[in-house]
Design a protein around this ligand. Structure first.
Ligand SMILES: NC(=O)c1ccc[n+]([C@@H]2O[C@H](COP(=O)([O-])OP(=O)(O)OC[C@H]3O[C@@H](n4cnc5c(N)ncnc54)[C@H](OP(=O)(O)O)[C@@H]3O)[C@@H](O)[C@H]2O)c1
Length: 246
């Protein structure tokens, strides 16, 4: 697993109770290679492993990011896997827009906050753990629909645009982080359509065989990360290891 990283590497998984985040956490726990795993989600996880530290906090808030920084105390991190993101929120009345009439200031701002601002704020929060000379992979889940070049269908304004913003912010962060750690690899990853709460209302349209399990996706995303090198930092890949145009 992740041949670029040393034995006993330290991993941070954000969104560890979400479908894909949890599957990546399980894959890390199934391997002997990680020596320390910090799992962050808004609700406490019930998992036992001597290498595991579970934190219940919301990294979309200043308080949550501050609590994470206080916990880490600038100790080196080798893997950061960010799996937070949202498409819809039934309680808040947020759903992907189909037409101009569906556009709402609040929904646009909220998705930009969760999908784009929170991930890039992690670089400020984790700077002390990322800088140095140790190998680092910082992978954050994006979505193919965030590709401007790939947009042939329209719709889903807030989700598409917040993922495009995510990608620009991560590209920027890759450039700055290279100056602080020449071994750092920053990646935007598309998991493919995966059977989780996020995709659940939209699964009817997914072609046969194209709805992946979270375990399948976790395995493939770890392989995609394994194949990347520092010269790939600031790039966008799908679950199958194919590059995606911005
Ligand atoms: N599923 C797909 O088909 C698909 C396709 C393309 C891209 N993606 C991307 O993959 C990532 C993971 O999605 P998933 O499918 O695993 O979905 P999921 O099961 O709904 O998990 C989403 C995660 O995001 C966090 N989150 C959601 N809304 C939040 C909010 N308002 N504040 C703070 N945290 C919030 C949740 O955190 P807690 O752990 O704290 O609950 C959860 O862990 C997302 O970025 C998504 O855009 C998914």
């Amino acid at each position: 697993m992740l041949a670029q990283l040393p034995d006993d590497f330290s991993a941070l998984v954000l969104g560890a109770s979400g479908g894909i985040g949890h599957a990546v956490l399980e894959a890390l726990l199934a391997s002997q290679k990680p020596g320390r795993i910090i799992a962050v989600s808004r609700h406490a996880l019930k998992l036992e492993d001597p290498r595991l530290e579970c934190l219940a906090l919301d990294i979309t808030t200043q308080e949550g990011q501050g609590a994470l920084a206080a916990h880490l105390e600038d100790t080196p991190l080798h893997l950061v896997f960010n799996a937070i993101g949202m498409l819809h929120d039934d309680d808040a009345g947020i759903a992907p827009e189909k037409r101009f009439e569906d556009l709402e200031f609040d929904a646009l701002a909220h998705l930009f906050h969760v999908n784009a601002a929170a991930p890039v704020m992690l670089f400020k929060t984790l700077k002390g753990s990322l800088q140095g000379q140790h190998p680092v992979i910082f992978a954050s889940l994006s979505a193919r629909v965030g590709s401007i070049e790939d947009n042939g269908l329209g719709g889903w304004y807030a989700y598409r645009a917040s993922k495009a913003a995510h990608n620009m912010l991560l590209k920027n962060a890759a450039i700055e982080l290279k100056r602080l750690n020449r071994q750092a690899i920053v990646l935007c990853l598309h998991p493919g359509t995966t059977d989780t709460g996020l995709s659940q209302p939209f699964q009817a349209r997914v072609p046969e065989g194209k709805l992946f399990t979270p375990d399948f996706v976790a395995k493939h995303l770890l392989e995609v990360m394994d194949q990347r090198r520092p010269e790939d930092s600031g790039s966008f890949w799908d679950w199958a290891g194919e590059p995606i145009p911005w």
